[in-house]
Unconditional design. Structure first.
Lengths: 200, 268, 465
């Protein structure tokens, strides 16, 4: 069989929506299955309100993030001690924070996944060590399916890839005890994805 | 009524075959069918094979059963003794390579000839003949349904049954729907499927080499059969039935096994 | 019969008779099977997916050496140290050297069956190092000092009660029946290790030649921690895991998760291409990738057996194997149990030592139908049997088959053989199933079917007259 004549992966894999609103719907449904919390918000103000609620509900004492304009404005408005991994950090300190906020490369509707990387998402540990990982995404980052997502990463980084790129799907989990699902095996127990629409 | 449906189907089928160059010689409806009753069936379940003869004859076909052949060579083949297997299989190939259709009332032995002879005789002087034979070899239920287009033999058997798929028939030959199509037309019969499709644990020489594993598989099979509440366990492979029955009898579990062919000749 | 084969017979018989054990395994496998079938149904074309996956992996094998060169070149360019280990002992030595050179003491490991294959933990412990398994299942079996029960579900043979007792005993934790609490006990214990460990070690699922990356699939996040916190990271990967393109992962990863763990896609699928880069804020200072051969390049040249190298270690053949379901994972006494192991163990290691595994199969073919890369496992088992019986035939077995040829090929012998058997069977009930029964291997657990005085051949002769 020749690769050129073989049906493309998109025709083989599970169904993926391609229209924007349908992709959001599919991502939301997949998130529910995965126990990822998904918010579709309009403007930074809504994001701030959402994070404040989370901080109160979960009694955050501190959090960690990496330097970007968006993360700065969010973290500042939360009024909590913050650790910035890209300014250098001690593992013990990062381990103590209650939540981490990062950006991402892509959101994938087909599977409810995210692509993150070690260069623009605050390093390797920020998204795996704290108990709650919060991901911020923008509309153009929402992609239909895995083949598109991998293509996106290749186009974006060409021959200058970050040393780590991770396709994250739901919070950390294990089924190693009697095949009963337990969340938060080693990584975050909670994963929150916030798709932020710009206010015109 | 039933027979007229059958004649229509068979006629349609022979028309289709007429289009197929491989079978272009079969212009007429009557076929010469060679029936090979495998060794264990010959010795232990002769009635099943005789009933197959009766079915074919009642359908108006000519039947031949080679008297000088006893076994297809599978036991030696599966145990890795391919020379010894060829020794037995060569005789089968020489005697049967030019048959119109070879039918075996066993999925396992059919798989041996249809699927494994070409490999066993690769590079052997008999290769071509083995390949020809393989192409003309059929498992009984597959032959009836796929080749002859027969699914209703007018049988009636008022009982609840469950069907065990012999693994070789199921996975080497893709036989799943054919026996069920035949059972669906048996009057009074109810088919209850088991919870899982699983091997009965026989596996030929495996059953003697690893008796504890083999019989524990047999035990799970017996349990699955019992769970259906069926009166009979039916199969198109006598070897599986022999194993299931053997395990059940030893454990004093009341299970009755019956070959598909034996049901198809019942008129109760 | 060699010792290995003898032990297998005994262990298998013991576990087959243990109905509680069988029930634990059966329940776990049924749960998996339901989920798996649902996930398979979500594919638009599962059969085509298998076809394409097999083709990708085959492409990787056909071009393996060239792809490995590209992989090595790209990894090296980004500061990764790449090694080629011809044998398991070589790979262990490489790991030890890395530890020694860095004055490292502890190493956190995430799941790696390849490291089990080369007995890395034993090699490290012998030199005074402390490898810590961090995958929950692996952590549990390490505490029990036993090998993984399954290549994907290492602790599937244990109940939560047994695990609670184990944690109480080894970790001094409070007893609990709650799997979540048990998981948290392990999490807490292992967090300490992560923060302190000098070296993080991972296995790998694929290597992408095109971009020079190692792909690691996991659900727990332990692998990602191993790759984030310690200052040195080591990955051990079999050379057959190389695939040509990054895009291939968009098919292979969901397939691996589907048949491996009944998930659409695993929680973390991570690509590593090097140590911490200048524009990055954390990550290991050194990244070492060990490409393990251990018989693989020899297998790749074997026209019959090379397809076994397509295996992506999803464990789906194991999960559908009725033998595994009954004898469990430890009876095999092999790194890779079930159908894959019964083909691979005799091929990677010694045919004579492991040949009994190839015979311990009813050839039902369920494994082949489930294999996501379409490996014809029963056929390869038959080929192993052929090789074993040709190179070292069992005298009496060969004699028996020679006698059977005679019996089957001479109608006179066949006819009278059956009749003698019929007569013999009249006396059989006296000894049936006992140790002096010549058919004991059948009759100990099964009733013998009865021979008929009039065989089909007799009936046919009368009928055709």
């Amino acid at each position: 069989m020749n690769m050129n004549t073989a049906p493309g992966f998109k025709e083989i894999l599970s169904h993926a929506e391609t229209e924007y609103q349908a992709m959001i719907r599919q991502f939301a449904v997949k998130s529910a299955e995965l126990t990822t919390r998904f918010f579709h918000l309009f403007g930074v103000e809504e994001v701030v309100r959402t994070l404040k609620t989370l901080a109160i509900q979960e009694k955050w004492k501190s959090l960690a993030s990496h330097h970007t304009t968006l993360t700065h404005s969010l973290v500042d408005s939360l009024n909590l001690p913050a650790l910035w991994t890209d300014s250098g950090y001690a593992t013990e300190e990062l381990e103590k924070v209650d939540a981490s906020i990062t950006l991402c490369d892509a959101m994938i509707a087909q599977t409810g996944s995210l692509f993150i990387n070690s260069r623009t998402c605050g390093g390797r540990a920020l998204s795996i060590l704290p108990p709650h990982h919060i991901v911020l995404a923008t509309p153009e980052q929402l992609l239909p399916d895995l083949p598109t997502a991998y293509q996106h990463m290749q186009d974006k980084y060409k021959d200058n890839y970050p040393s780590m790129m991770s396709l994250v799907t739901g919070p950390s989990r294990t089924g190693d005890i009697e095949r009963i699902l337990v969340l938060g095996a080693h990584g975050p127990r909670k994963l929150t994805v916030i798709l932020v629409e710009k206010l015109s | 009524m039933i027979s007229s449906v059958f004649f229509l189907m068979a006629g349609y089928n022979s028309f289709l075959n007429g289009l197929d160059t491989q079978y272009s010689s079969i212009g007429t409806f009557e076929m010469k069918i060679t029936l090979f009753a495998p060794c264990f069936m010959d010795a232990m379940f002769p009635d099943v094979a005789m009933n197959a003869v009766k079915i074919f004859e009642s359908l108006g076909h000519q039947v031949d059963a080679p008297e000088e052949l006893a076994c297809c060579g599978q036991p030696a083949f599966n145990t890795g003794y391919w020379d010894e297997a060829r020794n037995v299989a060569s005789k089968v190939v020489e005697r049967l390579y030019d048959v119109e259709a070879l039918v075996l009332p066993s999925g396992s032995c059919t798989a041996m000839i249809h699927k494994f002879y070409p490999e066993l005789f690769k590079g052997h002087p008999l290769e071509e003949k083995a390949n020809r034979l393989a192409a003309h070899t059929w498992e009984f239920s597959d032959f009836l349904v796929t080749r002859l287009g027969v699914t209703d033999l007018g049988a009636s058997f008022p009982a609840k049954v469950t069907f065990h798929d012999g693994c070789h028939g199921l996975r080497e030959l893709g036989i799943h729907d054919q026996p069920r199509a035949l059972l669906a037309n048996v009057r009074g019969l109810t088919l209850i499927e088991m919870e899982r499709v699983q091997c009965c644990g026989f596996g030929g020489t495996f059953s003697a080499k690893f008796p504890s594993i083999s019989s524990s598989l047999g035990e799970s099979k017996v349990a699955m059969v019992m769970k259906t509440g069926a009166d009979y366990v039916v199969s198109n492979d006598s070897s599986c039935l022999m194993h299931i029955q053997g395990v059940a009898d030893k454990q004093r579990k009341l299970i009755k096994s019956i070959h598909l062919i034996d049901i198809l000749v019942r008129h109760e | 019969m060699n010792n290995n084969a003898q032990k297998f017979q005994e262990d298998a018989a013991r576990i087959c008779a243990d109905s509680t054990h069988r029930q634990i395994i059966g329940t776990a496998l049924d749960k998996y099977a339901q989920g798996r079938d649902k996930k398979i149904a979500e594919f638009q074309n599962w059969e085509q997916a298998r076809e394409s996956a097999a083709q990708i992996k085959q492409e990787g094998l056909d071009d393996m050496e060239a792809l490995l060169r590209t992989l090595t070149k790209k990894l090296t360019k980004r500061g990764t140290h790449v090694y080629r280990a011809p044998t398991g002992a070589d790979a262990c030595r490489i790991v030890l050297n890395i530890l020694k050179q860095n004055g490292a003491k502890t190493m956190v490991k995430s799941k790696s069956m390849t490291s089990e294959e080369i007995h890395l933990n034993e090699a490290l412990e012998k030199e005074g190092y402390r490898p810590i398994e961090s995958d929950l299942g692996e952590f549990i079996v390490q505490l029990r000092q036993e090998p993984p029960y399954h290549i994907v579900f290492p602790a599937m043979h244990l109940t939560r009660y047994q695990i609670s007792d184990l944690f109480q005993d080894k970790l001094g934790s409070e007893p609990t029946e709650n799997p979540e609490e048990l998981t948290m006990i392990a999490r807490k214990n292992l967090r300490r290790e992560y923060v302190q460990a000098d070296v993080g070690f991972t296995g790998a699922n694929f290597a992408v030649a095109e971009t020079g990356m190692i792909s690691v699939t996991e659900n727990e996040g332990n692998s990602r921690l191993s790759a984030s916190l310690p200052k040195i990271m080591i990955t051990l990967i079999g050379i057959e895991k190389v695939v040509p393109r990054m895009q291939d992962l968009s098919l292979l990863l969901p397939m691996l998760a589907t048949v491996g763990a009944a998930q659409s896609i695993s929680c973390y699928n991570t690509l590593y291409s090097g140590p911490r880069q200048p524009d990055e804020c954390d990550g290991p200072e050194e990244y070492h990738v060990i490409l393990l051969d251990n018989g693989r390049s020899r297998l790749a040249k074997d026209s019959t057996f090379r397809e076994i190298l397509r295996c992506i270690r999803c464990g789906s053949c194991i999960n559908v194997c009725p033998i595994y379901r009954n004898v469990g994972g430890h009876a095999y006494n092999a790194t890779y149990p079930g159908p894959i192991g019964s083909v691979l163990m005799p091929r990677l290691f010694d045919l004579q030592t492991y040949k009994h595994l190839s015979f311990a199969c009813s050839l039902c073919g369920a494994c082949r139908d489930m294999c996501p890369v379409k490996i014809n496992l029963p056929h390869l088992l038959l080929k192993n049997r052929e090789a074993a019986s040709t190179t070292q035939p069992k005298f009496f077995e060969k004699l028996a088959f020679k006698a059977m040829s005679l019996l089957f090929n001479k109608p006179f012998f066949w006819k009278w053989g059956k009749r003698m058997g019929w007569i013999g069977q009249k006396f059989h009930p006296l000894i049936e199933g006992s140790v002096i029964d010549p058919a004991q291997c059948w009759t100990a657990t099964r009733k013998a079917p009865k021979l008929k005085w009039k065989s089909f051949k007799d009936l046919w002769k009368k009928h055709s007259k």
